[in-house]
Design a protein around this ligand. Structure first.
Ligand code: SDX
Length: 431
């Protein structure tokens, strides 16, 4: 970042002396007012719960222009990455800043695809869970538990350790997600195969059985890979900020990523795809398109507590570019599986149409986000609703790691420790 040719002056109407604050600018996007010295100069904090106007860090990884509906990974538009690259190329880009050349690509793909097995003891962790445990509860436990097996890559001050931990997490997440699924199904785990693609391997571990060979459908394989790309990173969202704050204490990368998984689970965040599909299925079961108008009235009624899941976004005040690409992927998968007449997809498109024409959504700039169509395409592929957020966590792991490693590599980083506006009781003594 560099100093802008501009300064901010903060003055007070009660006569407190004004302070001058430096303004910094990035390569694109909003400038920032540097308030690091504000408390020292004024004895006051800023107040921004939810961080609507706060930049928590500087980053060169992902840029979002919410008004334009633009998403760039290391400068490349998501539309180009999703159609011209694969997920492992995107992982390399997010981690290293550039797309790989042929030899870098072969080495990176080889590294990831040859480290997909997990320690045989991991399966005993799963046995501790009930068979009907939510997969996100299982994954939060399994990913945190990885730190118990990989002491040789937990020194976050060692760049080599950070690199090894990154490969291990990217490689093993699909295996763990598939194990959580198989455990819930009561089916045997499928060991990963080194001769399959990243997405193909995941599909086989999910839907293959030891009883017969599993043939990867290339259309579904490409769709799965694109779903991973669309979820790979997204600036300083809640779970990424969680990973950064957790990692800032110096804890190991496995623990920090487990914290990100736990945060992503929430229905306001990554859990929205599960909540969105449940919402559509409920609508479908209770009158379908004919009842959408009534449902929209509930959504617009503040007292109902009902939100249109998969709609709205803290940053996008235009169409989430990922939602458009997810809808295309949805079309491809449904056509491949002969499900073009999928009533749920038809209902979702009707809900989207009605919402985009409704003043309530228009004036609040509420558009479909990445979660609106991702549930429909995952359901068509055969992924159970409760595992949607697990797939999101699988894909987002590379983004969390890239952001964590960017922070750890910044010599200026400190442990994150926000302050507060205290509104409780002043000092008092027990009578
Ligand atoms: C993800 O941050 C990221 O980048 C996240 C993510 C990523 O890749 O990491 O993009 C992934 O989490 C996508 C978002 C998934 N969540 C949902 O689809 C859940 C439904 N969406 C809402 O909960 C909401 O839109 C949020 C949480 C996503 C954003 O909330 P904000 O920015 O805090 O906005 P807000 O709640 O202040 O909403 C502004 C207004 C309010 O109405 P008013 O008080 O102004 O009258 O819009 C309304 C809200 O009530 N509103 C909605 C709505 N979303 C916002 N009303 C109905 N349905 C909705 N979905």
């Amino acid at each position: 970042m560099k100093l802008a040719d501009n300064k901010a002056t903060l003055s007070f109407s009660n006569g407190k002396p004004s302070v001058e604050l430096p303004v910094y600018q990035g390569s694109i996007g909003p400038d920032v007012i540097d308030i690091r010295k504000l408390y020292g100069q004024t004895g006051m904090f800023t107040y921004d719960p939810g961080f609507l106007s706060t930049a928590s860090c500087q980053s060169a990884i992902t840029y979002i222009d919410g008004d334009k509906g633009e998403l760039l990974y290391r400068g490349y538009p998501i539309e180009q990455l999703a159609t011209q690259c694969d997920y492992l190329d995107t992982c390399y880009l997010l981690l290293n800043g550039e797309l790989p050349n042929d030899s870098q690509r072969n080495e990176f793909h080889g590294l990831v695809l040859k480290h997909t097995m997990v320690h045989e003891q991991m399966q005993f962790f799963l046995r501790g869970f009930r068979r009907d445990a939510h997969p996100m509860a299982v994954l939060t436990g399994l990913i945190g538990a990885l730190s118990a097996f990989y002491h040789d890559s937990t020194d976050i001050t060692n760049p080599k350790h950070r690199e090894i931990a990154a490969i291990r997490l990217i490689s093993k997440l699909p295996t763990l997600v598939a194990m959580a699924y198989k455990y819930g199904m009561g089916q045997p785990y499928m060991y990963p195969r080194n001769d399959l693609s990243y997405a193909g391997n995941f599909l086989r571990m999910m839907f293959g059985t030891p009883c017969e060979d599993y043939v990867v459908n290339p259309v579904i394989e490409r769709a799965m890979d694109r779903i991973f790309i669309l979820h790979a990173d997204h600036e300083q969202n809640a779970s990424t900020s969680t990973v950064r704050l957790c990692g800032s204490s110096g804890t190991n990368p496995f623990a920090a990523i487990a914290a990100g998984v736990a945060c992503l689970w929430g229905p306001a965040h990554g859990g929205a795809n599960e909540a969105c599909l449940n919402m559509l299925e409920h609508l479908q079961a209770n009158g379908g398109v004919a009842k959408v108008g009534e449902f929209m009235e509930q959504v617009k009624d503040k007292n109902s507590g009902v939100k249109l899941m998969g709609f709205g976004h803290r940053v996008y005040k235009n169409y989430d570019p990922r939602a458009k690409l997810m809808q295309e992927t949805c079309n491809e998968v449904l056509a491949e599986l002969g499900l073009e007449k999928d009533p749920l997809f038809a209902l979702a498109k009707q809900v989207e149409k009605i919402a985009l024409e409704d003043e309530y959504f228009v004036e609040r700039k509420l558009y479909p986000n990445v979660d609106f169509y991702s549930g429909i395409v995952q359901r068509a592929i055969g992924i159970p609703v409760s595992l949607f957020t697990g797939v999101f966590a699988l894909a987002r792991t590379v983004g969390w790691i890239a952001q964590l490693n960017e922070m750890l590599a910044d010599p200026e980083y400190k442990i994150g420790r926000p302050r507060q506006l205290f509104t409780g009781s002043p000092r008092r003594d027990i009578a």
